[in-house]
Design a protein around this ligand. Structure first.
Ligand code: G4P
Length: 531
């Protein structure tokens, strides 16, 4: 295996979108093009089951939303793509944030009729925190929708990013037949395949060729006009600006009918960066570095309820991963043997023998690993931690059967390590009686169901009067001020970091004005892993 070549052909990315924009459909189609699915689950047949190949947990199947993020690896035209699925539901933004820490770029999916939606905006902002390159795919072109120029304006204004159409739709709605590629000036014309279940036939011809005139017929003149239009539309194209997250190239298509999916896939391969370096406390770690290093970005327990297994997902950053190798866990200094590493195609797991930077490896974990952990060989390194977001919803647990306190405590601990909820402890209250914090209400529901299904613990959740939390920093006098007030609760997170719970966001503002030297943070302080 030529290591440098293997790294260079990796593309590790995620798709971000508002629910219903077509992420599941597009994911299936990318897999179809990658030969990973011979027949993409035809959209019609999905209607009955209402879940995609990337859905694992029964709870998400029932709800028809993706709660967990899954990892899919497939090959296409010499490239190896790692697609990390992100939950579309707003209540799982923490999970999404962590997943985005493990990719090098994102595809932003927009419904042509709806444009930039709430969730698109929030997810985009998470990508912006890392200046991540983003390719925009305008989906559902087979339906009546908005004018492409209008959509580009909206993205530019609402998301404050430059836009460049790298292809342009030929027709729209039922007249949508293909795209014009701006860089090559080729037209790509598609033939409809029944329910988009197989790869669509793509005919490619230079715009100024007889072949294109034949393919487009009367519409050739119109496409020729749009060739001038796209030159003038949006910002100038610059790969450099794209890689810095300053401009996003636009692609148009229909995931359902597969039109425009191949150009998107080729753009992901040609434009998205190969695996990028990551910051560590000891300096930058590059993919070419000889020593192996990886960080854990996601932990999922009990993926198979029969086996009660727990899997930690790590992103390889440098060196080479080999099955059976021994690595050092930075947080504890312990040596771990990588015995049963896995790659994933949804429910199908296969043992991985080797992995290179950009790859995601799943490890069976007996409870040793935490989100943000560093695993490495050679000189010790520690990746910058993955921060936690301040929760916006709070609850207390009421246990129905007091005999199951121990199980409750175990369940809470494990599920919080996965990031299902955050736990906050208050002096005088036991470890089984923490405040629970979540970024979305649905996280509490999932917690309740999982406690029952996986730990056989029935609980009621009582909403709490608190609505905001901040990590406490700055001078000690600030914390003393908070301690002396009855309208705030000073608690500690799992790592013992002090956190203030407040009844209103306004009261937090008041606190920072009144308490000398007090600094409040809405993401947990960086440095070191979560534990
Ligand atoms: P999501 O994962 O982003 O939530 O979206 P998903 O792929 O489930 O797609 C949401 C709906 O949009 C589905 O219809 C899907 O068939 C439809 N869709 C996706 N891509 C396209 C497209 O390119 N063109 C058109 N016309 N529709 C598209 P549904 O009725 O909600 O579900 P189903 O009954 O078809 O499964």
């Amino acid at each position: 295996m030529d290591h440098a070549h293997e790294i260079a052909r990796r593309r590790t990315f995620a798709i971000i979108s508002h629910p219903d924009a077509g992420k599941t459909t597009l994911t299936e189609k990318l897999l179809l093009y990658g030969g990973a699915l011979h027949m993409a689950g035809a959209v019609k047949s999905r209607k009955a089951t209402r879940h995609a190949i990337s859905d694992w947990m029964s709870i998400e199947q029932e709800r028809g939303i993706s709660i967990t993020s899954s990892v899919l690896q497939f090959d296409h035209e010499g490239y190896r793509l790692n697609l990390l699925d992100t939950p579309g539901h707003a209540d799982f933004s923490e999970d999404t944030y962590r997943t985005l820490a493990a990719v090098d770029g994102a595809v932003m999916l927009i419904d042509v009729a709806k444009g930039v939606e709430d969730r698109t905006k929030r997810l985009f902002e998470v990508c912006r925190l890392r200046n991540m390159p983003i390719i925009t795919f305008v989906n559902k072109m087979d339906r009546p929708g908005r004018d492409p120029i209008d959509l580009m304006d909206e993205v530019q204004k609402l998301l404050k990013i430059g836009v460049v159409p790298l292809n342009w739709p030929i027709g729209q709605g039922s007249e949508f037949i293909g795209v014009l590629d701006r860089l090559t000036m080729n037209v790509h014309v598609y033939e409809k395949v029944d329910a988009g279940a197989a790869v669509a036939t793509e005919k490619i011809a230079p715009l100024h060729s007889d072949e294109a005139k034949r393919l487009l017929g009367d519409r050739w003149a119109e496409v020729n006009e749009s060739a001038e239009l796209i030159e003038a539309a949006g910002d100038p194209w610059s790969v450099e600006a794209f890689l810095k997250g300053q401009v996003t190239p636009f692609f148009f298509g229909s995931a359902m009918s597969n039109f425009g999916v191949a150009p998107l896939l080729r753009a992901i391969e040609a434009l998205m960066p190969k695996p990028l370096p990551r910051e560590t406390v000891q300096g930058e770690r590059r993919p070419e570095d000889a020593d192996f290093a990886a960080f854990v970005f996601k932990i999922q327990a009990n993926m198979n309820p029969k086996h009660r297994d727990r899997i930690a997902f790590m992103r390889v950053v440098s060196g080479k991963f080999e099955r059976g190798m021994e690595v050092r866990l930075a947080r504890t200094g312990k040596t771990l043997r990588m015995n049963k590493p896995h790659t994933f195609l949804a429910a199908e797991r296969s043992i991985v023998e080797e992995a290179v930077p950009g790859d995601i490896v799943g490890l069976y974990d007996p409870g040793e690993l935490r989100i943000g952990d560093t695993l490495s060989t050679g000189a010790p390194v520690v990746f910058q931690g993955i921060p936690r977001f301040a929760p916006e919803f709070f609850a207390r647990v009421r246990l129905k059967d007091p005999m199951r306190r121990k199980q409750l405590q175990d369940g809470l601990m494990q599920l919080s390590q996965e990031g299902t909820v955050q736990l906050f402890f208050r002096e005088g209250l036991g470890a089984a009686d923490p405040y629970l914090g979540a970024v979305g209400m649905l996280q509490f529901e999932v917690l309740k169901v999982r406690l029952e299904q996986e730990y056989n613990v029935k609980v009621e959740l009582e909403t709490s009067r608190y609505t905001a939390a901040r990590w406490i920093g700055g001078a000690a006098s600030g914390r003393d001020w908070l301690d002396g007030r009855s309208d705030f609760a000073v608690v500690t997170d799992r790592d013992g970091r002090p956190v203030v719970l407040a009844e209103t966001g306004w009261s937090l503002q008041y606190a920072t004005q009144e308490a000398k030297g007090l600094i409040l943070y809405d993401v947990s302080p960086l440095g070191g892993p979560e534990s």
